[in-house]
Design a protein around this ligand. Sequence first.
Ligand code: FE2
Length: 316
Amino acid sequence: MEHLFCQRSIIKMSHTNSKDDFRLPTFRVDSDGGLSPEALRSWQGAGCLVIENFCDEHARRELIWAADSIVAQFDMTDRDAIFSTQTHEHARNKYFETSGDKIRCFFEENALNQNGDLLVPKEQSINKIGHALHDLHPVFERFSYQPRIARLMQELGIDDPRLLQSMFIFKQPGIGGEVNWHQDGSFLYTSPPSVTGLWFALEDATLETGCLWALPGKHTRGLRSRFLRVNGELIMEDSLSPPNFDEDQGVPLEVPAGSLIIIHGALPHYSAPNRSQKSRYAYTLHAISGTAVYPEDNWLQRGQDLPLRRLTPISR
Ligand code: FE2
């Protein structure tokens, strides 16, 4: 049992998983992305922040249309795109390793049989698209570099914020895969730590469709592991602190379409499989500080042709 300071009240969090037992407070940003002092206090206490009505319906539809178009043009002969968050087998796959500066589609693990034949329609077979949508696709670029997001990063104190990674996550009906408990800083490590995740709900995210879960307040305990390249192989290197995530204290973050969830790089979070007949589309961005050191042994590397760009309004 523990308590979390928030704007409206002290929120009681228990280890039961009843969705009625706990809610993180929700906030709004002003028209240029500014946050209230209450929102900033909640962010500092919880390591995550739920902002309602960040994306309007037009923006959501445009992102979904753009993702659907990419899938429609995806060359289905590439069977190396199988993505598994359970085993990290994908890590040994060059298709994944070299996707940091490209737009690539990754299959749901259960979308193909052992021979690589599709078990579901093509448009329901993709787990995610990654990892440089924000720099290579005009629709995602326009959304990602909007002034409100730049201001938000400024409000959260990220020095010289740069967009490092983007993903469109489908969480397909019936086969949308689980994402194990993890900290984003394990995968996008910087020194000092700076990675911050932005998770935009393009559809309702519910317990039924596999919403995010998190451990509010546990972002202060450091990183449990690091995913890095050693002798040409990507491995997960564990540290002893913290030894576990206290996963039974997880809090579901059910949010309606249009919400934004901001996630501290050391906050443990997770999402369950989607066994429902609805999809649960989301778009995610990860920003880092341009003043932090980005190690050469991180999995995500970008070629010199695509340097990281500052998160400020772009002129057109
Ligand atoms: Fe994550």
